[in-house]
Design a protein around this ligand. Structure first.
Ligand SMILES: [Zn+2]
Length: 374
């Protein structure tokens, strides 16, 4: 039923995760011993269950009330998550709710979740009217994009399906790349983060050989996303020279072989305020490419994030990269993002990032059991 909803795959996945109870509410994290506080970060209610978060928390309740979807006292929203979804998916239409209004419900749930994350991770208050507005606009944009796509409008404007995608972005930029060769026991990944012009941070990761080059590309993107969340950075424009990866994400293509990466991606995406990924030519991605190749050639599992280019093999290139001093102060605020909340984690994230001392080499061994890409 969820998969038949007219909504982008990221939102379908989100709703599927809600219904399969794999979204990390505070209550669920506490049950899994990943935290001790079950209470709701938005209203202080003693237990933040998924149903509370999405339907009963006062800002959520207000959002539904403002949404035009008919609320019925005692029936919707109710104390049961499944009853609420049963209402939205089936009973509301039978009760005469207009279909075009009901069509918005996936976006409303998604934006309630995002508003809740904004509160937790950025301490930003998004009010219910804004949530309704975001949901309504995104639904409209998406619907129009579907109509345009079905009419096969020329121009290959593939980024319009997602309102977050932008080509010229004012947000921090991160170039990612992976290195994968047949029969090697290890793959490598690299990223080059520019938080502001001239403020560059390099990351490299050595990982077990992935199933395919595409898996390696996706894994390094997920690794970078997790790192940034841990550092409190929730707006990012990614760049990759892997056209397949960019298309997979922007066009929400269905790649069953990438299902676990995709699930984790959706989870991480929901924690970003702004996310985009665009294609760049290989020549413009040389630094990330070198980092990835260097990481693979180390033949070990490790992760490294620093403002200094890691590994002596790159020192000769350092000057032409205009490297600058560390700006780790930017990252001083460590967010409460808990990597355990990733329900389908595929890579080690719990040991990855501690902001290193400036100009010092920090290499951390990742645990074997955490590196699970199969
Ligand atoms: Zn609440």
């Amino acid at each position: 039923m969820i998969w038949k909803l007219k909504a982008p795959r990221k939102i379908q996945h989100f709703l599927w995760q809600v219904l399969s109870d794999s979204i990390a509410s505070c209550s669920r994290l506490a049950d899994r011993h990943c935290g001790t506080d079950k209470s709701c970060p938005r209203c202080g209610h003693e237990e933040e269950s998924l149903n509370h978060l999405l339907f009963l928390c006062p800002p959520a309740l207000q959002t539904w009330a403002l949404s035009d979807i008919p609320t019925l006292p005692g029936l919707f929203p109710s104390e049961s998550l499944y009853e609420n979804f049963d209402y939205l998916l089936l009973r509301a239409t039978k009760n005469g709710a207009p279909r075009n209004v009901l069509a918005r419900f996936p976006w409303i749930a998604w934006f309630i979740w995002k508003a809740r994350n904004e509160k937790i991770f950025n301490n930003t208050q998004i009010l219910p009217p804004e949530t309704v507005l975001h949901a309504t606009q995104e639904e409209e944009n998406w619907r129009v994009a579907q109509i345009l796509a079905s009419q096969e409008v020329t121009g290959g404007n593939q980024h319009t399906t997602n309102g977050n995608m932008e080509n010229e972005s004012p947000y921090p930029r991160c170039q990612v790349d992976a290195s994968w060769v047949t029969n090697s026991p290890f793959s490598g990944g690299g990223f080059v983060l520019e938080l502001a012009p001239g403020t560059v941070t390099y990351g490299s990761i050595g990982m077990d050989q992935t199933l395919s080059p595409m898996h390696a590309e996706f894994t390094i993107l997920l690794y970078a996303m997790k790192n940034f969340l841990l550092l409190g950075v929730t707006s990012m424009s990614f760049e990759s020279d892997c056209l397949q990866l960019v298309k997979l994400i922007n066009d929400e293509e269905d790649w069953p072989a990438m299902a676990s990466e995709w699930n984790e991606f959706i989870h991480l995406l929901s924690l970003f305020t702004v996310f985009s990924i665009s294609f760049i030519a290989r020549e413009r991605n040389v630094r990330a490419d070198l980092l990835a190749k260097g990481a693979r050639s180390k033949n070990s599992i490790f992760s490294h994030v620093d403002s200094v280019i890691p590994g002596c093999s790159f020192k000769c290139n350092a000057n032409k990269w205009n490297k600058t001093d560390s700006e780790w102060k930017v990252f001083a605020r460590k967010p409460s993002y808990d990597s355990e909340s990733s329900s389908l984690a595929t890579t080690a994230s719990d040991k990855l990032v501690e902001p290193p001392e400036p100009v010092s080499e920090v290499t951390q061994q990742m645990s074997e059991e955490g590196e699970d890409s199969r």
